[in-house]
Design a protein around this ligand. Structure first.
Ligand code: FES
Ligand SMILES: [Zn+2]
Length: 160
């Protein structure tokens, strides 16, 4: 079958018709796709979502954490003690994540881009992040002024 790379831009029902599927399969697929699209829209377009600053486009290597140890993972990206919280989040509306080490380990890759879907661990989200971050900041409608510490509408910081 020839793959049309413009398919994702078509309305779902047209894509399904294009693929010539049977009625019940069409219905099932349509429901699943609609659900997934709503999830994605909620994730990415939510006006309430606060975007952190990217502290680093890659993980911090953390050594020798012991089981039961408690850490505060910086979620705003402003901490100077990455990947951990130093209190810089105050006033941003973003709170650090309290993490209790559940297994002693000699090496951890702790997310420092702040966009992981599995905090505090790096899940490689940082790989495709630079373009997404630039686009979001370019399209942000909030004022980016030097005395603003973080624009949670896009993740902009003055020294970006
Ligand atoms: S550093 Fe954030 S996902 Fe890898
Ligand atoms: Zn912004």
């Amino acid at each position: 079958m020839c793959i049309d790379h413009n398919l994702p831009n078509y309305p779902i029902i047209e894509v399904i018709d294009y693929l010539c599927l049977t009625g019940s399969l069409k219905l099932k697929l349509n429901r699943r796709l609609e659900k997934r699209m709503t999830e994605l829209e909620t994730q990415h377009e939510s006006p309430d979502k606060a975007y952190p600053s990217v502290a680093m486009y890659g993980p911090c290597t953390v050594r020798n954490l012991k089981q039961g140890e408690t850490k505060l993972w910086c979620a705003c990206g402003l901490s100077k003690k990455q990947p951990w919280c130093d209190g810089s989040h105050k006033g941003t509306g973003i709170k650090p994540l309290k993490w209790t080490v559940n297994k002693s380990q000699s090496l951890f890759a702790i997310c420092a881009c702040k966009y992981t879907k599995d905090p505090p661990f790096c899940d490689a989200t940082h790989t495709n992040l630079p373009c997404e971050v630039l686009d979001r900041q370019k399209n942000c409608t909030s004022a980016h002024v030097a005395d603003k510490r973080l624009c949670t509408g896009c993740g902009w910081v003055p020294d970006f």
